[in-house]
Design a protein around this ligand. Sequence first.
Ligand SMILES: Nc1nc2c(ncn2[C@@H]2O[C@H](COP(=O)(O)OP(=O)(O)OP(=O)(O)O)[C@@H](O)[C@H]2O)c(=O)[nH]1
Ligand SMILES: [Mg+2]
Length: 210
Amino acid sequence: MSTKKDRVIITQGQYVASAVKKDQYPENDLPEIVFIGRSNVGKSSLINSLTRVNNLARVSSQPGKTQTINFFEVGLKIAEVEGRKAFYLVDLPGYGYAKTGKERRKIWSKFIEEYLLTSERLQFVCQLIDIRHEPMASDVEMFEWLVKNNIPVLIVATKCDKIGKNARQKNIAAIKRKLGVAELSVLPYSSLKNEGRSDLLDVIGDSLVE
Ligand SMILES: Nc1nc2c(ncn2[C@@H]2O[C@H](COP(=O)(O)OP(=O)(O)OP(=O)(O)O)[C@@H](O)[C@H]2O)c(=O)[nH]1
Ligand SMILES: [Mg+2]
């Protein structure tokens, strides 16, 4: 029997390519779902949690681990839809990890901007924000930049295993307030506990059949 929990499942995941410029992007033009957020917020961990492949994306407790645009080809099966869908999960280097004020303004590199502005099959961007902290200036700038460039964005509040249920609601409200969009949907996620996985897979599955 198919329950809501397993409506959308990942059937396989594998590393395909790393890029810092256009001619290094993979040749297959598959739909892309992209993860963006401050260094150490949990982008690579979330890719491993979604695909259930440990160490598919490299994780570190030190910020600044991911330095290139990394493409992972993933297969997905939706219960009520025939066949499988192939797409890319795209892991990006983090922004906001710079010690000086001057550097901070360069919140992300030109090659990431080039990728986000020229990708033709980008479905949506998951912008990750640590649920424990209010969005920082760089998060707000990033969110506003995505909106300004008409890139659909889903906010994912990471590391939700680190706080209790009451604090969760309160902090999600604070994220919406800080980003200035009251009706924004914010999806809590824990890569440690795989919480939020079926909800995020539902969103991804729906974006691929539309
Ligand atoms: N408790 C907990 N820890 C997490 C979770 N997700 C990630 N972490 C930890 O956070 C640290 C950073 O995780 P990464 O996935 O490497 O973060 P990233 O956003 O890819 O970082 P960069 O590649 O540096 O931009 C690691 O020590 C992870 O184990 C989570 O859901 N819960
Ligand atoms: Mg990373």
